[in-house]
Design a protein around this ligand. Structure first.
Ligand SMILES: O=C([O-])CC(=O)C(=O)O
Ligand SMILES: [Mg+2]
Length: 563
């Protein structure tokens, strides 16, 4: 794409200030005429460059950094200097750069946020500033925000409480909304709510840039979340709010409280569920079996695990099982073992997923609750999903025992980043002797085993959320329903190269993410229309709206206007 996009942009900015606006800056791609018009002559090296030439230089510099975090810092500095160039660079090198701006390197960027901080991006909303919330939302230069990713930094990936370091994940997710979902960066806003941190290391760290106090009490916290969301609604009534990396005790209650009040969703609960069910459906298609025939064990019964489990159950019901039958097929294992009806202290959403005791009567178990290994021995699962954040919890014995009980097990170690993974793809391939349908939550390099190369499918939310955002914007949906998420999963499963052709991976390559996001957007938009949650438009108009909303990293021609 070398052509400039057609319509000119009328802007009142000029001189050095224009070069400091990342949404408008073009660096040496400002033409001679533009340099005259906007008082830029002499402020830039004299050569006029194309974006391709700029990408070439940036890529050379990028490649000169050896380690991932330095590459991340470099890319983020381009993003803060010239967003069009940043996204064009990403577009040209998507599979290489996705792990740098997103999982896994974004985890390091969150942990080291204050150490590597360079320039401002997004909004830092502190509890102490809450009375100024309306002013804060007016302080951003972005007037027409369509997607906010907000975190309170309490459970960043599998890395726990990172305080304001959570800003890194809000920025990373929104970069994917643009790179893969075509949402213009002018419409996105990363937010971190600073409600303190319980991370002692951060509280003691002289570099830490957040408020230095422990997390505020629950009642104040709940009121603050409400205060924030009401202010957001006043400022941008139609915005999509994506909740990201909230800790378990808050994630589900916030979603339940607000999902009928504004257009919001929780990526860790619903995005993870949608991508996992989509990948499971693809794996079942490869095996020529239904999801409702599988027995599924989850390791990790937090909001992510329980969210996926509910979505699996919903899918089994659509395949003809009763709710009871479906729930019998799903086993949740947490720190203390299998969730059973005799277990106390469970949260509401866990309570619905317990196994009834009389189904376990034949099991001979060693302590109060069956261990993971005992669940594998007695329940004989065909699917094993890890969302525990516990590295090494899928031991060799666990995997070998599972393999004895079923042909072609489906095993998804989903915890992020890679050092938290339940077992590495290499270990799982070795212990199953290559007879496994595998997907991991983070990117992993291909595995050589028995003279064969196994590419590792990445089952990550990034296959889902950019398409949902695009679909919601294209039809101006008012809410995000479960049915819209199911449509996203089904669209993903239908795109599985392995299921469709017997070749390739379970999910399409990352290079296809933009095209896949458009297909997901179409499916999501159609469901929103059917449910009367959106504008009344035809299929052709929907397709057109998706294309029109899909922003491309191409410089526009500028004309000068006065304030
Ligand atoms: O960011 C990712 O890669 C997936 C995700 O939401 C999480 O692990 O919290
Ligand atoms: Mg997350």
């Amino acid at each position: 794409m070398t052509a400039m996009s057609k319509t000119p942009l009328y802007i009142p900015y000029a001189g050095p200030a224009l070069l400091e606006m990342p949404l408008l800056n073009k660096g040496c791609a400002f033409s001679k005429e533009e340099r005259q018009t906007f008082n830029l002559t002499g402020l830039l090296p004299p050569r006029y460059e194309t974006i391709e030439e700029q990408v070439q230089r940036a890529y050379l510099q990028y490649s000169s950094f050896r380690n991932a975090i330095n590459k991340h810092i470099y890319l983020r500095s381009i993003q803060d200097n010239n967003e069009t160039l940043f996204y064009r660079l990403l577009q040209d090198h998507l599979p290489e750069m996705l792990p740098i701006i997103y999982t896994p390197t974004v985890g390091d960027a969150c942990e080291q946020f204050s150490d590597i901080y360079r320039s401002s991006r997004g909004l830092f909303i502190s509890y102490v500033d809450r009375q100024q919330i309306d002013d804060i939302l007016r302080n951003t230069t972005k007037r027409n925000v369509k997607i906010i990713v907000v975190t309170d930094g309490e459970r960043v990936l599998g890395l726990g409480d990172q305080g304001i370091g959570g800003m890194g994940i809000s920025i990373g997710k929104l970069s994917l909304y643009t790179a893969c979902g075509g949402i213009s960066p002018a419409y996105t806003l990363p937010v971190v709510l600073d409600v303190g941190t319980n991370n002692e290391k951060l509280l003691q760290d002289p570099m830490y840039m957040g408020e230095r106090h422990r997390r505020i009490p629950q009642a104040e916290y709940d009121a603050f979340i409400d205060f924030f969301l009401q202010a957001v609604k006043r400022r941008w009534p139609d915005v999509i709010v994506q909740f990201e990396d909230f800790a378990q005790p808050n994630a589900m209650p916030i979603l339940q409280r607000y999902r009928d009040q504004l257009c919001c969703f929780n990526d860790d609960i619903q995005g993870t569920a949608a991508v996992t069910v989509g990948t499971l459906l693809a794996a079942c298609r490869v095996k020529n079996r239904k999801l409702s025939e599988q027995r599924v064990v989850f390791v990790g019964a937090g909001s992510a695990g329980c969210g996926i489990a509910e979505q699996v159950i919903a899918q089994m019901r659509t395949e003809g099982l009763s709710d009871r039958e479906a729930r019998h097929r799903v086993y949740m294992v947490d720190r203390f073992g299998l969730l059973t009806e005799s277990m106390t202290g469970l949260r509401d959403f866990q309570q619905k997923l317990v196994q009834v005791s009389n189904r376990l009567e034949d099991w001979s178990i060693e302590s109060d609750y069956p261990s993971l290994l005992e669940v594998i021995q007695y329940a004989k699962p065909t699917v094993l999903i890890g969302v525990s954040g516990q590295h090494g919890i899928f031991t060799e014995t666990v995997i070998r025992t599972m393999t004895q009980g079923c042909d072609w097990p489906i095993i998804f170690p989903l915890s992020n980043p890679p050092r938290q993974v339940e077992a590495t793809p290499e270990q799982i391939i070795e212990w199953t002797e290559g007879r496994v349908l595998l997907a991991a939550g983070s990117p992993f390099p291909p595995v050589e085993y028995g003279g064969k190369r196994y590419d590792v499918t990445q089952c990550n939310n990034s296959y889902i959320f950019p398409g949902i955002g695009l679909g919601v914007i294209a039809v101006q949906a008012r809410r995000i329903s479960d049915e819209m998420l199911i449509a996203a999963s089904e669209t993903l499963a239908a795109a599985s190269p392995l299921a469709n052709t017997g070749q390739g991976e379970l999910l399409p390559p990352l290079t296809e993410l933009p095209e896949l996001s458009k297909r997901i957007a179409f499916a999501v938009g159609k469901v929103a229309l059917k449910q009367n949650l959106a504008l009344e438009i035809s299929d052709e108009q929907l397709l057109k709206s998706i294309e029109e909303n899909f922003w491309q990293p191409v410089y526009r021609h500028y004309k000068r206007v006065c304030f």
